[in-house]
Design a protein around this ligand. Structure first.
Ligand code: M6R
Length: 608
């Protein structure tokens, strides 16, 4: 989604703004722009549609030594991607960059009838509104910003500068993240701490309803009601290596391949293999509270939702008297669902900033239900607003398609389920197999990735001729199939859907023809024979099946088999998901599309 950067200090502002925007590229964008201010009061505004390289080309003819400026990558919401709709937006002496959505921009625009609007954006309306309170510099910029924000409905993270005061940036947030980096003789602004790495590790995370005036050497924060806020400076935990490709051609492949290590980080210090017990401190629930839990609501979007669905299947298997409902955040927030007593809500999000998931969290809290975050991004809004939580610690996930986060989210939630089961007194004989498989998963993931990577690459090249993919699975392999289909469609643009094997006869079987291939996830186990019958039904109708399986003596006459050699049983679908991840990756490479930044999508969906 959109990205914000800002710089005030002694160095060249354009340099930081461009490098910062490049760091934020992964969030998804369609245009970019920066403005810098000279001490002479001259502003240099450069904007371009498309990639940041287009912006750089334009900047080559507009080099400046200015030491203050703001920049933005835009992901279009109001108005097409174009130079005129790109940020920063100007209103008189003011320039503004904005993430989020101003919901009442039409009314505000009507009231600002004398302003000559140049774009179709809601953001320009906010710039004009701030200018209307600025009185040509008669009032401090922060005051004008506060006056304007008090009239705004919606979400925002903003950075504002004025040519009349070219030594300060005013920033504010409500629902859209903003971080202030504290450097030596420089202060930096970003919507994502990764843009600050290499410059400083000291950061202040702004909270909703706060406005900060930032200069080279100072940061003054107040609430919208003018109450002073004492800033908490925190250490940014990510390092530079974690946001680089580390020798891989794409972040996606790097993130798929680093799952053995990222899962190891998820598990670190959280299980004792000798006694087969899981220790999760983060949720902060006492044994008595854990014992009382009867219902789990798991909230997420996209991959996080699939992780919740899959974890729910597992948790229900080993925890007695508990029901689990995984829900899509964008639906749940408006469902007015009653959450039964003795429920706990798991709020799942890689970025910790997803607007719909955050809205659900707030709704659920209003009902007095305990919320536990399953979050990756440290210090993110969801992580800060939940009652307790377990970070998955997979490190930055840069590629828009989520991979390593999924694997760790599932395992982290299963571990939370295990802590409930332990507290409820479930026999260790039932829980130990789960604990012991979880402990072995990082190494098994490593082995499977090595085993199947080359093979999947070859297969994917052959399957580019199909227009549609059907992903199939039963039980725990069903949510896994959903995740595989999502991965394929979002990066390779091949239409892909998932069905529970048992649902085939109820409609989807009619689809089978030569335009379709089927990815069948066939873990060994209780329901394997039933899945085999379903495979036969597809074969009988001329299906083009790829089977991903860990069954030793697999002998079905399918078109392609990807064999996984493992002694993991319970979590075999997670290993099969590695096949789906690699398949989507190599299919996309074969088709020649942008793997890490698929069209129309953003990494972190901070608008509804
Ligand atoms: O940051 P979150 O985990 O809250 O993001 C949720 C979804 O937007 C995300 O998983 C999305 O579906 C991915 N692009 C899927 O690969």
């Amino acid at each position: 989604m959109c990205g914000i950067v800002g710089y005030v200090g002694e160095k060249n502002a354009q340099d930081f703004l461009v490098s910062g925007l490049k760091r934020l590229e992964y969030r998804g964008y369609d245009s970019a722009g920066i403005v810098t201010l000279g001490a002479d009061g001259e502003a240099t505004l450069v904007r371009a549609k498309g990639k940041i390289s287009n912006l750089e080309e334009k900047l080559a003819g507009a080099k400046r030594n200015d030491t203050i400026g703001i920049g933005h990558t835009r992901w279009a919401t109001h108005g097409e991607p174009s130079e005129r709709n790109a940020h920063p937006h100007q209103a008189g002496p003011i320039y503004l960059v904005h993430n989020g959505i101003i919901e009442n921009y039409k009314e505000l625009k009507k009231a600002l009838k004398d302003f000559d609007f140049k774009s179709e954006t809601d953001s320009e309306v906010l710039a004009a509104l701030i200018e209307s309170f600025y009185g040509e510099g008669k009032y401090p910029l922060a005051n004008a910003v506060v006056q304007a924000l008090k009239l705004v409905k919606g979400t925002y993270g903003i950075a504002v500068v004025s040519v009349l005061k070219p030594d300060e940036i005013v920033v504010a947030r409500s629902g859209s993240p903003l971080v202030i980096g504290i450097g030596h003789d420089e202060t930096l602004i970003a919507s994502d701490a990764s843009a600050l790495l290499g410059h400083t590790k000291q950061a202040i995370y702004l909270n909703d309803g706060e406005v900060a005036t930032v200069t080279e050497k100072s940061v003054e924060i107040k609430t919208l009601n003018a109450e002073p806020v004492s800033a908490k400076v925190e250490e940014i935990e990510t390092n530079l290596a974690a946001i680089q490709k580390g020798g891989y051609e794409h972040f996606l492949l790097k993130e798929i391949m680093e799952q053995p290590d990222s899962l190891t980080e998820t598990l670190r210090g959280r299980m004792n293999l000798e006694d087969g017990v899981v220790h999760l401190g983060g949720p902060g629930l006492s044994e008595a509270e854990l014992r009382k839990i009867k219902h789990l609501v798991i909230v997420g979007c996209g991959t996080a939702y699939h992780a919740g669905l899959l974890a729910g299947y597992y948790i229900e298997k080993f925890t007695p008297e508990i029901t689990v409902e995984a829900v899509i955040a964008s639906e749940y927030r408006y469902r007015q669902a009653y959450i039964p007593e003795d429920s706990v809500a798991l709020i799942v999000s890689q970025s910790g900033e997803t607007a719909d998931t955050l809205a659900c969290l707030r709704e659920i809290k209003k009902q007095g239900v305990k919320t536990i975050g399953i979050v990756n991004a440290i210090g993110s809004t969801i992580a800060r607003e939940v009652d307790g939580g377990t970070y998955v610690h997979v490190g930055p996930e840069i590629s828009v398609a989520s991979t390593k986060a999924f694997t760790s989210q599932v395992i982290a939630m299963v571990m939370f389920g295990l802590t409930i089961a332990q507290a409820k007194g479930v026999k260790s004989g039932i829980l130990k197999p789960y604990v012991s498989e979880i402990a072995r998963m990082p190494e098994e993931i490593r082995k499977v990735l090595d085993e199947v990577r080359g093979e999947v690459e070859k297969i994917a090249g052959k399957y580019t001729k199909y227009e549609h993919g059907i992903y199939l699975g039963r039980d725990v392999a069903y949510p896994t199939a959903m995740e595989g289909a999502l991965k394929l469609k979002e990066i390779s643009y091949v239409d892909a859907n998932a069905y529970a094997f048992g649902e085939l006869k109820h409609g989807p079987l009619a689809l089978i023809d030569d335009r379709f291939f089927e990815m069948a996830l066939l873990p060994d186990g209780e329901l394997y024979d039933k899945a085999v019958s379903n495979v036969q039904e597809v074969l009988a109708r001329g299906g083009h099946i790829i089977a991903a399986t860990n069954v030793d003596k697999f002998d079905l006459p399918v078109e392609t088999v990807v064999k996984i050699t493992t002694d993991i049983e319970l979590f075999a679908p997670i290993l099969m998901n590695l096949v789906s991840q690699l398949f989507a990756y190599y299919m996309t490479i074969a088709k020649g599309y942008d793997v890490d930044q698929p069209r129309n999508l953003a990494k972190s969906v901070t608008v509804e």
